[in-house]
Design a binder for this molecule. Structure first.
Ligand code: GLY
Ligand code: MN
Ligand code: MN
Length: 465
């Protein structure tokens, strides 16, 4: 359980959700299953984010049931001395009522007998659709048991609705407690990047056979020393040309002087993710071409940060970054003006896509690619069409989400130069991304990951130290 957040906060979230279920609605929220890795070893357990958001409870085999009148019932693992000797402490239903502030708690072994009773005389069942394998079938089984009793006067729910639609909107705007945890997660990750940059330069100075996985170990050290439970996603540690592989992992490739190293890594702290990318010269000194592209990506990030403010659209930071990157690609000769034309042509035809093929950000929260609609809910009916210049596909556009204080997103432009005909050789195999996490504030945005420097001169100074 997370002891840094008061129990009343989870009760408030359950009440806010309950108010949206309708008076005769009922919501079912299972936590995540344990997943076998091989034989009797499981993957490291991670609870379900929706379940945690409403309970703060991290044990497996648990369900939350909330009815429209605001009553919360928890199903959890029963106390069992033998299992607790092997697997660890269980809260148990008796203690759960006070510890979690729910109205009632039962053993999860009673789920199949209790659920038909709880579903009876409700009109709508809400649960996260298409998230938990087999959940739809289990709900169908419970509803069939209710139907078997309709001749005795019972009513069976007639509607099934997606609970994610309710919870995603709630999770999209982070409250003060969530922002506080995210700042702390970001600070740990920033320290990890600083440590890793310094270790990289030092190990090369000492002439060690440095590999990407050594740098991964430095990151992990700082994450765990900072109290983080685990990385928020598999860390990317990419030396040299590997940086042009967007989903590369930390592998065995040697890290050599003269190369750039791209590290995309962030810890998870008390269920909240951080997500930082820094790109730095392995030996602490950028070469000329590396510095040229680095400064371009940084300038695009600055434009993107300036566009991240309340009232702006989610797509505005991306468009701001793309404009700077595209102009820079023309200026440095990555794109040939004689072939691609003016800046407007490059933007219209998406010619920059050869070197910048991902979006500039995503929501960040309990999940690294967090939930929340990217379309403005009030404008979902406003649809326009455009033809994509690269694929020729017709794309339906809906107005992008309007940013509000408390939303948290990443800002992560990049440039990835694979060798190709006409691409200046000095830039071949350079991959650069710079990623920070931003909380939208009433004035603009707060970058919570700047505990690790981002300016080229500051990175070089740090790595000399
Ligand atoms: N680390 C995943 C991402 O940047 O989206
Ligand atoms: Mn990201
Ligand atoms: Mn990232």
């Amino acid at each position: 359980m997370n002891t840094t957040v008061p129990t009343s906060l989870y009760a408030q979230r359950r009440a806010r959700m309950a108010a949206q279920l309708g008076p005769n609605g009922i919501a079912l929220i299972p936590t995540a299953p344990e997943r076998p890795r091989n034989r009797d070893s499981d993957f490291l357990y991670r609870h379900d984010s929706y379940f945690y958001y409403l309970t703060g409870f991290t044990e497996p085999n648990a369900w939350l049931v909330v009815t429209g009148d605001g009553t919360s019932t928890l199903f959890c693992q029963p106390k069992d001395l033998e299992r607790e000797i092997w697997d660890g402490y269980r809260l148990g239903p008796d203690a759960a009522v006070d510890a979690l502030g729910v109205n009632a708690a039962h053993s999860v072994a009673d789920l199949d007998t209790q659920l038909p009773r709880l579903l009876e005389n409700r009109d709508t069942v809400w649960y996260p659709l298409a998230i938990h394998q087999g959940l739809e079938q289990r709900v169908a089984g419970w509803l069939n048991q209710v139907r078997a009793r309709v001749r005795y006067g019972a009513l069976c729910p007639e509607q099934q609705r997606d609970l994610c639609a309710v919870l995603d909107e709630m999770r999209l705007v982070k409250d003060a407690h969530e922002q506080d945890i995210m700042r702390r997660a970001a600070a740990i990750s920033a320290r990890a990047h600083v440590r890793t940059m310094q270790a990289c330069a030092r190990m090369l100075r000492e002439g060690q056979d440095l590999r990407e996985f050594h740098l991964d170990a430095e990151l992990m050290h700082e994450f765990r020393m900072g109290g983080s439970q685990y990385p928020a996603y598999s860390s990317i540690v990419a030396a040299g040309a590997n940086a042009c592989v967007l989903h590369y992992r930390a592998d065995v490739a040697p890290v050599r002087a003269g190369q750039l190293v791209l590290i995309d890594a962030g810890c998870e702290l008390d269920s909240y993710a951080s997500d930082i990318t820094r790109t730095f010269p392995a030996d602490g000194k950028f070469t000329g071409p590396q510095r040229t592209l680095y400064d371009l990506v940084l300038a695009s990030q600055e434009a993107s940060v300036a566009a991240t403010k309340p009232g702006a659209r989610f797509t505005d930071p991306h468009e701001a970054a793309v404009k700077v990157l595209a102009q820079g690609m023309l200026d440095v000769g990555l794109l040939d003006r004689n072939k691609v034309g003016t800046l407007d042509d490059v933007l219209d035809r998406r010619a920059y896509f050869q070197f910048y093929m991902h979006r500039t950000g995503h929501w960040l929260g309990m999940d690294v690619h967090d939930c929340g609609s990217y379309v403005e809910p009030a404008e979902v009916g406003t649809v326009s069409e455009r033809k994509d210049p690269l694929s020729g596909e017709t794309i339906k556009n809906r107005p992008s989400r309007i940013l509000q204080p408390g939303m948290v997103l990443t800002i992560e432009p990049g440039i990835y130069v694979r060798p190709a005909e006409g691409v200046p050789e000095q830039f071949h195999n350079i991959g650069i991304r710079i990623e920070d996490d931003a909380i939208v504030t009433p004035q603009g945005c707060e970058l919570i990951t700047r505990g690790v420097p981002v300016k080229a001169d500051e990175i070089e100074a740090l790595m000399r130290g």
